[in-house]
Design a protein around this ligand. Sequence first.
Ligand code: ZN
Length: 372
Amino acid sequence: MGINEVRIIDEFTKLVAIDSPSYKEREMGDYVKKKLQALGMMVIEDAAGERTGGNCGNIYGFMKGDPARRPLLFVAHLDTVEPSRGKTAVIESNGTIRSRGNTVLGADDLTGVAAILEALIVIKEQALPHGPIEVLFTVAEEVYCKGSQVFEFAKVMSEEAYILDLTGPVGTAAYAAPSILSFTATIHGRASHAGFSPQKGIHAIAVAADAISLMPMGRIDEETSMNVGTINGGLGTNIVPDKCVVKGEVRSLSHEKAKRQAELIKKQFERSCSAARASLEFEVFTASKAYEIPLEHPVVTRFENACNKLKLPVSLIKTFGGSDNNIIAQNGIAGIVMANAMSRIHACDEFTTVDEIIRAADLTLMLMTIED
Ligand SMILES: [Zn+2]
């Protein structure tokens, strides 16, 4: 038993060569569908494409297995962040794989896609015993999980899931992730000529600056952070600005804390606005909701057992990043996010290695075949 090392690296290289930015995963979706169909799996594409303004839906596949075993769901996303058109995987002599430098590599999340496909191929090829296996390849994950948000999890039979979408050495898995609340504060002041009558204006940018300067920024406590990311306002250097739009986010492993923090931010904007007689519009959007899987849950135990069998050191962590697993958790499925051989993600110097890709596929295969 074992994966085919040459084949998986070849597969990863092919996947990288397919353009698949968020909302434009059509070619990747078709490629993956064919692969699953060739394995005799039942394959369904949902309507996520139409529903989110993309050109491809989420791809779900089912492989029948021993019904006495618990069904398992494996998830990876098909889209890659920009710049991503014309990606090429360059394999260096030491086994490091990078892009040409002008795009991301797309190891996020194509190493996950490659690992899942290879594990399924090996199961068929070597007729390995396994339980029912469900796979889900999502679209538009990089834009706040738009694809998984519209997937019908009601038709999933698994109560346990492995999401391949985490940096760190293979053997690392995240069992907790934060709520992410994004906010937009729009401050309305009053325009006036900056030279003739500045006293008649209400300076929206100054109000925003006052509020921001009085807010805690960065790491607020062990499990909570806050950031103002963009600020836009003003029309010209000779006009007192009448409008300023401030956007930011709060994340916390505790959903309650995230909500409380967003409330404090709103209060500060309100105070600064009322002191200057400006008015405020404040909107909060829940981009993802926190979850924490108990460490004694079978989904974690299986992961530990699989790593032990492969002699991989296990590292269970809480992450500060969101993923499809936030959506999966909201749908009552216990999932953990496992490291799948990707480093420096969302940057043009993103890389992976031949050895780590092989380890990620070995671990995926072990999870699919190890007894409950
Ligand atoms: Zn990812």
